[in-house]
Design a protein around this ligand. Structure first.
Ligand code: TYD
Length: 219
């Protein structure tokens, strides 16, 4: 493939709150940039101005009465905007887009966590994303204790108020984790589990290996 027809890549990072995916995504972005790639970083919910406004509705603890279906549709509304504003244009330019969470989060948190089921998630993904799926998804897997412990200490350290999502029960997060496990079983070609235990550099090494293997095979 010549340089001018270089194909863009769309990679997503997934996992429980506090799994370390945001840091790992940043580290991968730096490494790719150092190697000469053009990398765009984005996040869900958010990533665009409109997505940011939707994110504030979703995470505001005052909106505790937000209905599960409205919540699900808001996540997809933010995503539809992200597809049009960021993901499609950047990959068309041959760039690498890294996104912190994508439809797999809605699958795990709303489909499993809120028990809305996965059929509705698949249907809405087709409408919102119009066939745009991540080329590769890195699921940073940590156990529930690690996740809940890190998420809590982060709120204390940053002196930030808990968000609406932090109010969820342990049973909710158990279902979310089951959702990620089911996803990996369902789409083993796209979704790769990365062991999230260990120090940052160790996990970053695993992430790099998965990315490297993918690129060797596909690009
Ligand atoms: P995020 O900003 O990634 O927080 P963190 O860095 O703590 O993982 O996500 C915010 C919350 O939104 C998080 O609890 C997961 C939740 N979420 C969903 O429930 N469904 C979704 O589709 C997405 C994208 C996020």
């Amino acid at each position: 493939m010549s340089m001018t027809t270089r194909r863009g890549l769309f990679l997503t990072f997934e996992g429980l709150d506090g799994c370390g995916k945001t840091t790992q995504m940043r580290m991968l972005a730096e490494r790719l940039r150092a190697a000469g790639d053009t990398v765009i970083e984005t996040a869900e919910p958010g990533g665009t101005d409109i997505g940011g406004a939707i994110r504030r509705i979703l995470l505001d603890p005052a909106n505790h009465h937000l209905s599960p279906t409205a919540e699900m549709l808001l996540y997809f509304a933010a995503r539809a905007q992200n597809v049009d504003e960021i993901v499609t244009p950047a990959t068309a330019r041959g760039e690498i887009v890294l996104c912190d969470r994508w439809t797999d989060s809605t699958w795990a948190y709303q489909g499993y966590g809120r028990a809305l089921g996965v059929d509705v998630i698949r249907t809405l993904d087709r409408i919102a994303c119009r066939g745009r799926q991540p080329d590769l998804t890195l699921w940073i897997d940590v156990d529930l204790e690690t996740s809940l412990g890190r998420a809590k200490s982060r709120n204390v350290q940053e002196d930030s108020a808990d968000t609406r999502m932090d109010d969820q029960s342990r049973a909710f997060y158990e279902r979310v984790l089951q959702g990620y496990q089911a996803l990996e079983a369902e789409e083993p070609g796209r979704v790769v589990r990365v062991d999230g235990r260990g120090d940052l550099e160790t996990v970053a090494g695993r992430v790099w290996q998965v990315f490297h293997d993918y690129r060797e095979l596909h690009v």
